[in-house]
Write a protein that binds this ligand. Sequence first.
Ligand code: PLP
Length: 447
Amino acid sequence: MTSLAPADGAARWVEADRLHLLHPQHHPADLADPILWVAGEGVDLIDAAGNRYLDALSGMWNLHLGHGRPELVAAAAAQMSRLAFATAYAGSTHPAVIALAERLAALAPPGIEAFFFTNGGSDATDSAIRTARWVWRARGRPDKTIILSRDLSYHGSTVGAASATGVAEFSDPFGPRLPGFARIAPPYPYRGLDGAGAAAALERAILDLGPDKVAAFIAEPVLGGGGGVIVPDADYFPRVREICDRYDVLLILDEVITGFGRTGRWFAAEHWGLRPDILQFAKGITGGHLPLGGIGVSAAIKRTLESVPAEARWWHGLTSSGHPVACRVALETIRIIADEGLVERSARLGARLLDRLRAGLADHPQVGEVRGLGLLAGIELVADRADRRRFPAAFDLAGRLRAALRAQGVVTRVVNDTLCLAPPLTIPEDRLDALADAVAAAIGTVF
Ligand code: PLP
């Protein structure tokens, strides 16, 4: 096997990285002081010098079971030996993809009945968008094509997903967004945007654009990678559902971060008894051990898919849709989450994390709000607590916090002035308490 031993020299790896690798959201300045990860164990990442860091974002919000779960390794090896690949295109199928679809049908919010698999979250967004538009065409309403999304959302980096994404930096430098997209404000309780007002903005947008033109509304249950863990008021999504029903607009729920127990429910939709028309997922479905994502569609959409002649079919597909190895690892991930009671654990430990963070940070003048749902938490920092003023960009809040956290042995991300925490659902309780204390200490060293 090709050797990747750190004995080959950390400096050599970093140099080769500079020469030949383009990173997601690449900029060479990020390589000034990179960490070279060589191993992961449980909730820890280990660098080339042997230092351990608590992986407080579960990789990229995806390692729900922590690093290197032996059961997932065994599941991948078993499937790769028996049937490494088989296509799920027309007339071809295999047990791993069928079993996963069947299992998801039992776990997904009520009404979600059939599943299509992608390689990750961005192509899940594209699949949802294409499906929504296709459905209205198949139902004889081809003008319903507009996709409504929200400011501060993140739905991915493909052209379609980035056109829905509500953070300017992620879309605008790459030329115009695709036609047929529009955005509205999300609820942001800390900044005075409540659920009723945000829902009213949705209704206004649908009426302005014309209900006969709007295909779907896409939203993350908790704004994550673009917003920084913004939890909506309890009445927001029920109102959204009513409005979507009133105007025949499909509701796409992007549960790429929130799925598989992250918020203390299998899917965040359960918090509000919400029935989306299309459910998106990725990340935690394999505990981050392999790339996999997908969409689930309602029984009504499934009926539309089945009602058309063969030549008018849903001509959508991906080579690796339902990849057997990824599906088998997903099944094993879901088994472990269920057998170990990790969904309930996420709810319980999430409350514990928030309590401890609030106790440690309540009086800090730069802590605006501590918020969360399950093991998904955010600490929004402000330059001035009285008027909730943001930091100027030149202050480089994210860079300062990252360095301070690193000194405390913690790695995570800062989004929109919010320090985000999403540790593995398996994190031991003493490590969780230590994380809350390390975060308070890190903020204390920056201010
Ligand atoms: N949707 C949401 C809510 C996400 O958080 C992400 C990624 O962070 C995506 C979609 C895109 O997923 P991927 O990076 O797997 O393409």
